[in-house]
Design a protein around this ligand. Structure first.
Ligand code: GAR
Length: 189
């Protein structure tokens, strides 16, 4: 049984979807949810499923002893970033090489990099008049949104799609594909 930690900063719809997907699995389960924000709604979602949660504020996130001790305490094999907005420190990238994935709500390499998260991404996609958007699931490297791509899924956009419409289409893809892609990545560990 592999133990997953989910890192999250905000609402946590992906976090909850992943928890649900692995509940009942004999291959992997979500053993810990880590947030940098004590007010992240994801913490409430996790508690509903009796998943342990830990808050590690930004000021402690680059502290190798604190972070690694937490991950060892829960025997974490695999890390899933799900709307996690801090940069991942180098020591963690190294320790979880090809065992840490991220989802980005656009078709990288377009609309990635610093400041490109959540709604900002969909606003940029709309402003550029893109004919499609989608999701990118990638290994985490020390370049923001720059790790090797594992999977991409796209959805067509129309000129009349609002930023909210784009967000909803991309969210549907996240719900459908992220848990399955994680499962596949874990099964090949
Ligand atoms: C998701 O759309 C995820 O792709 C995005 O944040 C959202 C989190 O929503 N991540 C990024 O923008 C990373 N650059 P959630 O908290 O409801 O899962």
């Amino acid at each position: 049984m592999k133990n997953i930690a989910i890192f999250v900063s905000g609402n946590g719809t992906n976090c909850e979807n992943i928890i649900k997907h692995f509940s009942g699995s004999t291959e992997a389960s979500v053993a810990l949810v880590v947030s940098n924000r004590a007010d992240s709604y994801a913490l409430i979602r996790a508690a509903r499923y009796n998943i342990p949660t830990v808050v590690i504020p930004k000021s402690e996130f680059n502290d190798e002893a604190i972070l690694m001790e937490t991950l060892h305490r829960y025997d974490i094999d695999f890390i899933v970033l799900a709307g996690f907005l801090l940069m991942i420190p180098d020591f963690l990238v190294k320790a979880y090489d090809h065992r840490m994935v991220n989802i980005h709500p656009a078709l990288l390499p377009k609309f990635g990099g610093k400041g490109m998260y959540g709604r900002h991404v969909h606003e940029a996609v709309k402003a550029a008049g893109e004919k499609e958007s989608g999701i990118t699931i990638h290994w985490v490297s020390n370049v923001c949104d720059g790790g090797e791509i594992i999977a991409q899924h796209s959805t067509p956009l129309t000129e009349s799609d609002s930023v909210d419409d784009i967000a909803a289409k991309v969210h549907d893809l996240e719900m459908l594909h992220y848990p399955k892609t994680i499962e596949k990545a874990i099964s090949s560990l």
